[in-house]
Each structure stands twice: as structure tokens, then as C-alpha cells.
Design a protein around this ligand. Structure first.
Ligand SMILES: NC(=O)c1ccc[n+]([C@@H]2O[C@H](COP(=O)([O-])OP(=O)(O)OC[C@H]3O[C@@H](n4cnc5c(N)ncnc54)[C@H](O)[C@@H]3O)[C@@H](O)[C@H]2O)c1
Length: 284
């Protein structure tokens, strides 16, 4: 059933980032009213400044804080009278260098899970009563990392797999209520979070080059993801996968996992890059 975004109230977490800001612009074009949230007030004020202030509310929100997340939902309802869609999009990866499970900093590993998994859970949980009441939608940014090997990015990939299953479970549980939930699976996107794999870190860049054929490596612009999210919302799609070149691999994900895990486990060059990464971490 088509979903008209005109006048709908959409909350976005991580709205000041590449995908969040591009999606805010695309949703605004589609007529939605927006609640833009990110860690700092300045960052969301900057995005909000390009929109009509009657159609936008910009609020600081750290998604690891459940009380603050519930307050933001309440403030959205106070301002616009309703909330229809929650886009749980905020995410982080390693602050600096990528790391293996063996050498990574424990606190940093857990911080990534806090933001990328529990932050999504808290956004969903806080928004759900209002989304169900309005037969609206939950949209969650997972990643192709939910089904490809997450080496040297394990807490990120584990979180993306976790939020995928959380959202699939939720969609099934919402069956018959009129509300729905969708998973967004971006491939590589040209935003700050992906820089490490594209020149930002020498070994991670070499691993990307070794691990992915050129046609999968090419990053898309955040605007492509944004258009996909808008279309996905309009059609209440269960899965929004962009770029589309990942779709056949997602259909074959069981086989893809067996073959790629086997291949990576025997890839000498990859093993040597991983050992060099670990040596550097242990020396630091
Ligand atoms: N760029 C890619 O290649 C890619 C691929 C697949 C999935 N993703 C996912 O897309 C989403 C958006 O990422 P992006 O590519 O726009 O990167 P980005 O770094 O530009 O944006 C991420 C945003 O999340 C915000 N954020 C971080 N911690 C937060 C917290 N605790 N509370 C609230 N906001 C917080 C950041 O301030 C930032 O604005 C993330 O979930 C990311 O994992 C990105």
C-alpha cells in the first residue's frame, strides 16, 4: 500500500551525518516534517537552517541515552502533534585505527555496540508506541556488513547483523497493525565513516582492495541512499538495498558467507595485512 509522506513527521537520528542529512533533504522535498537529531545541537541546527522552520525541529540526542530519547519523542509530539516514522540511522565505527578482536580496546568495542545496536534498540523502543498508533514506520540503517565478513570491524558488523534481525523480528511482530519496519542496507557510501577503507588508513585500504572486486568497492553518494529510503518508505519496502549491485549477493547470502569466509581464511596477503595491523596495535 502506498504511503504518502506529505505532512508525515519523521524523526532521524544521526541527521547531521552524510546519509542522515541527505535523507533529511529528500524527505523534506517529499513534503515530510522533520525531527533532526544528532549528538550536538550545532550540527543539527546547521542542517535545519536550510529548511522552513515551521517544518523542522532540531534537537541534540545521544542515542545511547534512553531517557533523552524518550524526551525527544515527547518533544516531537508536543511540537507536531504526532510522530509517524523513526529513522534509526546513527552509527559509528572505530574512532581511529581499525582493529581485530584480539587487539582492540575493550571500551571502544563496547561503545560501538552501545551506539550501533543498543542505540537503534532505544530509538525503536521509544518511538514504537507513537509509530504504531499512527500506523507508521520504523526504518533502521543496517549495512551489507550484516551478511558479509566483518573482519577488523567486528563490533560494527555484529551490530549491523543484530539490528537487521531486530528489525526483521519487529516487522513480523507488527503484522496486521498497519505499522511496518524496514531495513536499509547501504553498500559503501562516501561519508566520513567509510573514509578509513578508502585512503584513510593504509592497511584498511589495502584490505578493501584485496577483499572486494572493483564493482563492489565503488562508493555511492549519500543522496542515492536517501532516494532509496524515500522510495522504500513510500512503498513500505521490507528491504532497501543500495546500490542494487549487492542484491544478488544478498539473495545468495548463505552461500556467499561460506565461500567468502573460506576464501578469506586462506588469503595469504589478507593474513599478512591483519598481522601487520595487530603488530602496530601491540606496539602502540
Ligand atoms: N558510509 C558507509 O559506507 C555506510 C555503509 C553502510 C552503513 N552505514 C551506516 O549508515 C549510518 C549513517 O552513517 P553515515 O555513512 O552517514 O556516516 P556519518 O559518520 O556521516 O554519520 C553518522 C552520524 O551518526 C552520529 N552519531 C554518532 N554517534 C551518535 C550517538 N551516540 N547518538 C546520536 N548520533 C550519533 C554522528 O554524529 C554522525 O552525524 C550509520 O549507521 C552507518 O553505520 C554507512
Amino acid at each position: 500500500m502506498a504511503y504518502d509522506l506529505h505532512g508525515k513527521v519523521v524523526l532521524i537520528t544521526g541527521a547531521a551525518g552524510g546519509i542522515g542529512a541527505a535523507t533529511a533533504r529528500a524527505l523534506y522535498e517529499a513534503g515530510a516534517r522533520l525531527v533532526l537529531t544528532d549528538v550536538t545541537q550545532e550540527s543539527v541546527d546547521l542542517i535545519a537552517a536550510s529548511f522552513d522552520s515551521k517544518r523542522v525541529l532540531a534537537l541534540a540526542l545521544d542515542v545511547t541515552d534512553m531517557t533523552a530519547t524518550k524526551e525527544v519523542i515527547q518533544r516531537s509530539i508536543s511540537r507536531f502533534g504526532r510522530l509517524d516514522v523513526a529513522f534509526a540511522n546513527a552509527g559509528i565505527s572505530w574512532r581511529g585505527n581499525p582493529a581485530t578482536v584480539y587487539t582492540c580496546d575493550e571500551a571502544e568495542f563496547e561503545r560501538i555496540i552501545e551506539v550501533d545496536f543498543l542505540g537503534v534498540w532505544r530509538t525503536i523502543k521509544a518511538a514504537l508506541p507513537e509509530v504504531v498508533r499512527n500506523q507508521g514506520q520504523i526504518v533502521v540503517t543496517s549495512s551489507v556488513y550484516s551478511f558479509m565478513n566483518g573482519m577488523v570491524n567486528a563490533p560494527y558488523a555484529a551490530s549491523k547483523a543484530a539490528v537487521e534481525m531486530l528489525t526483521r523480528s519487529l516487522r513480523a511482530e507488527l503484522g496486521g497493525t498497519g505499522a511496518t519496519a524496514s531495513v536499509v542496507y547501504p553498500g559503501w557510501v562516501a561519508t566520513p565513516i567509510a573514509k578509513v577503507a578508502f585512503g584513510g588508513h593504509d592497511l584498511a585500504t589495502q584490505m578493501t582492495e584485496q577483499g572486494f572486486p572493483a564493482f563492489l568497492r565503488h562508493p555511492v553518494q549519500p543522496e542515492e541512499i536517501a532516494q532509496g529510503v524515500v522510495l522504500g518508505l513510500k512503498c513500505r519496502k521490507p528491504r532497501i538495498m543500495i546500490p542494487r549491485r549487492w542484491v544478488p549477493l544478498s539473495w545468495l547470502r548463505g552461500l556467499f558467507a561460506i565461500v567468502t569466509d573460506w576464501h578469506i581464511g586462506r588469503h595469504r596477503k589478507m593474513q599478512s595485512l591483519i598481522r601487520r595491523l595487530e603488530e602496530r596495535a601491540l606496539r602502540a
